[in-house]
Design a protein around this ligand. Structure first.
Ligand SMILES: Cc1cc2nc3c(=O)[nH]c(=O)nc-3n(C[C@H](O)[C@H](O)[C@H](O)COP(=O)(O)OP(=O)(O)OC[C@H]3O[C@@H](n4cnc5c(N)ncnc54)[C@H](O)[C@@H]3O)c2cc1C
Length: 394
């Protein structure tokens, strides 16, 4: 196995795959290291993506689509459903396993080498703090690989960025422990994203039901880390939820995972290291969506790394351009969403029920996210400042 590469990518989720694909397309030698035994599996995700968003990065293969979604339903603590106006959302519940498997195959066709069951243990650092390569554990054997540039796409745990000296620690309130099942025999009346809000379901977070093909659904729940207790873990909330709403569902898949719900990491580069996706905390902190964010940052990182290999003298310029591109795309927006999250998740169940009742009185054609927020402020005027700042970015 070759030891020296232009670029090493650690982690084969959407961020790492698109980084490897982009850099390989530009003719660089790329090694992608993934600790799992199969690309795309297990799926630790609700698999919801916006249609326009995904299409802006890739031509969509119909095999990736499990269900098309065109509406949005908020379920209140008292069980009533508030449907928002039609076409407020257009998206898919994808088959992430097929999607990632296919995209990894494309990266390989472009020349990237993918190595599974390769767990990156540590960075090999030079005296000046730049990264010389990585040490991996493969089938009980320690190996070393070297590269001019390393891309950290190792997800929420992000050992790599931390080892390079980037502060990646998250406060308890900036991480959501989640449980998700994929269940069959789930009959939903609408092709909608169902979001269940309120402390009774998921304190500081929400529960979701995302329909898939053949009466299957991704059903999950995330609570804010500050409410996570050994005596009442997120799995206990999930059990209650399933008992209440889907007692007859059969479980096909059960996964747990954490979602970073902070603002973007700063910095996103260190010497010759680039950080992408969840490792760079690029998830939307309000809704927990991060697939297309990982894809975007992966593409940007792949381009930056390839450009730097061609013109090492311009490394500083390319790396700061990477930071700027990511901050421009997500920075301010995620700061707004972060503030909105603070407002929304402080609401009490009675507030949700009251606000929901009022929104239900509005003609469905006028029920937008903004309408919902107007009613939030009406009931909790002390939040006005936060909501204004969130929408205006002040
Ligand atoms: C329960 C749940 C539901 C979600 N639902 C949605 C949703 O519906 N829509 C949405 O857009 N987002 C959703 N997300 C978020 C989304 O899954 C992530 O934002 C996205 O996967 C980030 O991609 P990534 O490539 O940055 O990281 P990941 O997808 O986490 O990929 C990181 C990869 O790195 C590998 N890795 C880690 N450490 C090492 C190492 N040391 N050596 C080698 N390999 C390593 C891991 O095995 C993994 O394959 C959800 C997350 C969770 C937990």
């Amino acid at each position: 196995m070759k030891k020296r590469w232009d670029i090493i990518v650690v982690g084969g989720g959407p961020g790492g795959i698109f980084a490897a694909l982009e850099a390989a397309k530009k003719g660089k030698s790329v090694l992608l290291l993934e600790r799992k035994r199969e690309m795309g599996v297990p799926v630790r995700c609700g698999e919801a993506v916006g249609e326009k968003d995904l299409r802006s990065y890739v031509d969509i293969d119909p095999r990736w689509i499990s269900a098309e979604i065109n509406s949005f339903i908020i379920v209140l603590p008292d069980g009533r459903e508030v449907k928002l106006k039609s076409n407020i959302y257009s998206g898919y519940i994808i088959n992430r396993d097929i999607f990632e498997y296919d995209m990894a195959a494309r990266a390989a066709e472009e020349g990237a080498v993918i190595r599974l069951k390769s767990n990156v243990q540590e960075l090999i650092l030079k005296e000046n703090g730049s990264v010389a390569g990585v040490r991996t554990m493969e089938a009980g054997e320690m190996r070393e690989y070297y590269a001019g540039i390393v891309i950290a796409a190792d997800g929420v745990e992000s050992r790599i960025a931390r080892q390079a000296g980037v502060g990646t620690a998250l406060k308890p309130e900036d991480i959501e422990p989640c449980v998700q099942i994929t269940a069959s025999n789930v009959r939903l009346p609408e092709k909608a994203l169902y979001l269940y809000v309120g402390f009774c379901y998921a304190p500081g977070g929400y529960a979701w039901v995302f329909p898939k093909a053949n009466h299957c659904a991704n059903i999950g729940l995330g609570i804010n880390g500050k409410y996570s207790r050994v005596s009442r873990p997120v799995s206990a909330y999930m059990e209650n939820f399933m008992q209440r709403f889907f007692p007859d569902a059969s479980v096909q898949r059960y996964v747990t995972g954490g979602v970073p719900v902070s603002t973007n990491l700063k910095p996103l580069t260190k010497k010759n290291l680039l950080i992408v996706g969840d490792a760079g905390r690029m998830v939307n902190p309000l809704n927990g969506g991060g697939i297309t964010h990982a894809i975007y940052s992966g593409i940007q990182a792949g381009k930056t790394a390839a450009g730097t290999c061609e013109a090492p003298g311009k490394a500083a310029k390319y790396f700061s351009q990477y930071e700027r591109n990511i901050q421009k795309k997500f920075g301010k927006n995620h700061e707004h969403q972060y503030r909105i999250k603070d407002v929304v998740y402080q609401l009490r169940d009675e507030d949700y029920n009251r606000i929901g009742a009022e929104v239900l009185n509005i003609d469905i054609r006028k029920r937008s996210f903004l309408t919902v927020f107007r009613h939030v402020v009406k009931h909790r005027p002390e939040f006005l400042g936060d909501v204004l700042r969130a929408f205006t970015g002040i």
